[in-house]
Design a protein around this ligand. Structure first.
Ligand SMILES: NC(=[NH2+])NCCC[C@H](N)C(=O)O
Ligand SMILES: [Mn+2]
Ligand SMILES: [Mn+2]
Length: 300
């Protein structure tokens, strides 16, 4: 039986809205372990990483040659420990499931998951998360994890940020509807596969995800699934810090997760659940249900 190790990373260093640090707690409370058991995997809860409160830290203390990346030192510190935990879990034959926290935790997940294996990733998100400190409109690192993992801009000099065996050719973005100009250039310039919401409108979720899996898994050892809950429409997932209208439906989201379950998930993360903006914990609940689908839960 597959063992899924739950690793909480309760940070909100990477987001401008406080509250996403309560994500792991809300997701557990929504019944994650039960859902995973029903999916036929064995959940093991590794608890939360210790994360110092943002109020005790200075967001701007890191001086970069150019650009802004708030709480970069704290992010580096958490992601270094998270990367080690993810790598250890994989080495023990488990499937790590990281609970954010904001999406900057993906820097840690990817660096750990791509340490001993060639990794492909599908990024289910309204956003591209490909900004660098120079191009970011916000200075928020949750908009930068993919640029960090791929070593773009000043991240090239930061060892902790690298995902050593993860290449842009095996990255696929699905569900885009809010992309910054520099991110658009990177997608075109580096040949990153990307599907917008219009692609999903035109071709349907099944075809899009089928192609995404094919590209992400081509020639690699395993698949990472990064699920930013703002991928879904805000009517389904109100508890997120950067909602964008026009996202996927509840059913499309499940269908996509069922497809990745068939492909096989080597590591996964659930990020950007913000309980302070949620309605009766429904976004956290949705996150648990989608994780169960991604690990093979079926009706019959
Ligand atoms: N993981 C997220 N929710 N990212 C939102 C990023 C928003 C915007 N593109 C930025 O870089 O600031
Ligand atoms: Mn997003
Ligand atoms: Mn994101």
């Amino acid at each position: 039986m597959t063992t899924v190790r739950i690793i909480g990373a309760p940070t909100d260093y990477g987001a401008n809205r406080r509250g996403v640090d309560m994500g792991p707690s809300a997701i557990r409370y929504a019944g994650l372990s039960d859902q995973l058991s029903r999916a036929g995997v064995e959940p093991v809860d590794g608890g939360d990483l210790a994360v110092p409160r943002a109020e005790e830290r200075d967001p701007d203390h890191e001086t970069l040659p150019s650009g802004t990346a708030k709480f970069l030192r704290e992010t580096a510190e958490v992601c270094t420990r998270l990367g080690d935990d993810v790598a250890d879990s994989l080495a023990a034959g488990e499937t790590p499931l990281v609970l954010g926290g904001d999406h900057s935790v993906a820097i840690g997940t990817l660096s750990g998951a791509a340490r001993e294996a060639d990794l492909g990733a599908i990024w289910f998100d309204a956003h591209a998360d490909l900004n660098t400190p120079e191009t970011s409109p916000s200075g928020n690192v949750h908009g930068m994890p993919l640029a960090a993992a791929l070593g773009y801009g000043p991240f090239a000099e930061m060892d902790w940020a690298h995902a050593p065996r993860f290449r842009a050719e095996n990255l696929v973005l699905v569900g885009l509807r809010s992309v910054d100009p520099a991110e658009r250039e990177l997608i075109a310039g580096r040949g990153i596969s990307a599907y917008t919401m219009s692609d999903i409108d035109d071709r349907g979720i099944t075809t899009v995800v089928e192609e995404a899996i094919e590209t992400a898994t081509d020639g690699v050892d395993g698949l990472h699934v990064s699920l930013d809950l703002d991928w879904l429409d805000p009517t389904e997932a109100p508890g997120v810090g950067t909602p964008v209208r026009g996202g996927v439906t509840y059913r499309e989201a499940h269908s996509a997760m069922e497809q990745v379950a068939d492909a096989g998930v080597r590591s996964m993360e659930l990020v950007e659940v913000n309980p302070t903006l949620d309605s009766h914990n429904e976004t956290a609940e949705l996150a648990t249900e989608l994780a169960a689908s991604a690990f093979g839960k079926t009706v019959l």
